[in-house]
Design a protein around this ligand. Sequence first.
Ligand SMILES: Cc1ncc(C[n+]2csc(CCOP(=O)(O)OP(=O)(O)O)c2C)c(N)n1
Ligand code: SF4
Length: 330
Amino acid sequence: MPFQPVKYYQTGTFTVGNRLLPPDLRTVQSTQRRNNSLNSGHRACQGCGEALGARYAIDAAMQATGNQVMAVNATGCLEVFSTPYPETSWQIPWLHSLFGNAAAVASGVAAAMRVKGKRGVKVIAQGGDGGTTDIGFGCLSGMFERNDDVLYICYDNEAYMNTGVQRSSATPPTARTATTPAVGARPGNVFGTGKNVPRIAMAHRIPYVATASVSNLRDLEAKITHAMSLHGARYVHILVPCPLGWGSAPEDTIKVARLAVESGLFPLFEAHDGCVTSRTPIRERVPVTEYLKLQKRFAHLFGKARDEERIARIQAMADANIAEYGLLEG
Ligand SMILES: Cc1ncc(C[n+]2csc(CCOP(=O)(O)OP(=O)(O)O)c2C)c(N)n1
Ligand code: SF4
């Protein structure tokens, strides 16, 4: 299915249906063929970006493979809200691994499928940023360097949400969490920490790495669809706002995610074999303050005396991304 960007003018609404396109070009969610992989009845918070991202990602993967997907899920919100034993909202073969070993378990599942001759079955591992960038990082790197035939999806809500919003190595500077300085001259996460896991994945020279966001759902679908057409280790890193942990309004989840992209703080790109091959240009550049102000985790930056110095440093991070990925070109 060739990639078709969202064409809002076709429907006159902000839906992502592309309903005036021929059926084979429509989004997965607009078709009756969608799998409803993550079905209703789960216990995610209102406006949960992770639930939205997972539904779109796994439905796209199911469609791309003719429903031949098995998923391994690290411990975290996605596992807890979807599968309080003995119930589950998943409509796919799904395994719960430990918190830190989803990538290793998925590698084992892929090996088992290969031994059984079930080459058509595609394996996905998925987890939050804590399970991916911190505790599961060793297993993930091993999966990458062996080039195991697994797509790993990280749903990045920038902290350990399931256990009460602890800082992870994906938490941005100045963001307040339960484990960052709460008081003092500079509350919130410090600068100079954290890691860029999409770039680290690229350094393994695996076949495919992409970033995606729940603000750009058609783009997200297209990237998952493309990932399912490839073999070997693949990594998709999706920004998924968490209203509870970010202190944002549930109805603002898409808006917040869009501002992260449009400010340059979260660049959308694809990389093949370690090289960036495409990026999504910013349509309407916004200052980072537009993004930060919607979230209580950054409220201390906008107190009686605005923390101009740290706001400027965050703006500099966005500017650096815009320059590095050429996000204003084209
Ligand atoms: C070895 C181990 N340590 C700690 C925990 C407790 N624990 C369960 S979920 C979780 C946080 C998950 O955070 P993240 O991976 O970022 O996913 P999110 O909930 O934010 O989606 C923690 C610390 C655990 N299950 N296993
Ligand atoms: S805490 Fe955040 S990630 Fe977890 S279910 Fe609620 S909104 Fe989703």
